[in-house]
Ligand binder design. Structure first.
Ligand SMILES: CC(C)(COP(=O)(O)OP(=O)(O)OC[C@H]1O[C@@H](n2cnc3c(N)ncnc32)[C@H](O)[C@@H]1OP(=O)(O)O)[C@@H](O)C(=O)NCCC(=O)NCCS
Length: 194
C-alpha cells in the first residue's frame, strides 16, 4: 500500500524512516486497534484511549493552544507506529510544553520512536515556537529513559507522587531539553546503534 498524496501533504516533518503529522479523527479505528494490541507495552506507564469515545475525548484535548497531538507513521504506507503529544503548553515567558509518547507492540524497539520524537523536537522548537520541552518519566521505565538520553535531554530532578496513573500517584524523573541544546547537535541518523 502506498500512502495517498493527500496524506503525504499532511506530513509536518519527514525523516529517514518515519514522518510526523497531526493526529486526526480518521485515525480512530487504526489508533484504537493498535492500543488494544499494545496493552502489555503501555501498562503501567501511560493511559491511552482504548475506545472510540475515549479517542474522541483524547482528540478534543488538542486545541493547538494548550496541547498538540501527533502520530508517527511510515511515510510509504502511512501506517501509524507511534504517537507523541505536547501537553500543558505555556507561552511567554516560558515557551514550554511537556511531551507524552508511546510506541505500539508491532513496531516497538526498531528506532522509530527516537526518530519520531526528534522530528517533534525540531517541529516544536522551530514551528511551535517552544524554547523548552520536558518529559516526566517513571524511574523504572528504562525504554523511555533510554529514548530521552539518546535525544540529549538532561535530568533535572525527581518528583514523588507526581502523576496519577491508573488511580495511583506515581514518582517521576523530570527530564528536559532546550532549543539551544538541540541546535548544537548534529542531525540524528536513523541507523545509529546507540
Ligand atoms: C518508551 C517507548 C516509546 C520507547 O520505544 P522504543 O521502540 O524502545 O524506542 P525506539 O523506537 O526509539 O527504539 C529504540 C530501540 O530500538 C533499537 N533499534 C533497533 N533497530 C534500530 C534502528 N535501526 N535504529 C535505531 N534503533 C534501533 C534500539 O537499540 C533501541 O533499543 P534499546 O533502547 O534497547 O537500546 C516504548 O517503550 C513505549 O511505548 N513504552 C510504553 C509507553 C511509555 O512508556 N511512554 C513514555 C512514558 S514517559
Amino acid at each position: 500500500m502506498t500512502v495517498r498524496a493527500e496524506t503525504r501533504a499532511t506530513f509536518l516533518r519527514q525523516g529517514g524512516r518515519v514522518a510526523l503529522r497531526r493526529v486526526a479523527a480518521s485515525d480512530q479505528e487504526e489508533f484504537v486497534g493498535l492500543v488494544e494490541a499494545s496493552r502489555a507495552l503501555h501498562r503501567p506507564w501511560i493511559v491511552v484511549p482504548r475506545t472510540p469515545e475515549e479517542f474522541r475525548t483524547y482528540l478534543s484535548r488538542f486545541d493547538q493552544t494548550l496541547a498538540e497531538g501527533f502520530v508517527i507513521c511510515l511515510p510509504r504506507s502511512g501506517a501509524i507506529v507511534g504517537f507523541v503529544n505536547v501537553n500543558e503548553i505555556v507561552r511567554h515567558p516560558y515557551q514550554r510544553g511537556i511531551i507524552g509518547y508511546g510506541a505500539f507492540a508491532s513496531t516497538v524497539g526498531l528506532g522509530y520512536m527516537t526518530e519520531g520524537v526528534s522530528l517533534l523536537l525540531d517541529y516544536g522548537f522551530k514551528n511551535l515556537g517552544l524554547h523548552r520541552i520536558e518529559a516526566d518519566i517513571q524511574p523504572g521505565n528504562t525504554a523511555s529513559l533510554n529514548l530521552v538520553r539518546r535525544l540529549k535531554f538532561h535530568r533535572e530532578g525527581f518528583s514523588r507522587g507526581f502523576i496519577c496513573i491508573d488511580g495511583k500517584w506515581m514518582d517521576h524523573e523530570r527530564w528536559a531539553i532546550t532549543s539551544d541544546i538541540l541546535a548544537a547537535q548534529p542531525p540524528r541518523s536513523c541507523s545509529s546503534s546507540e
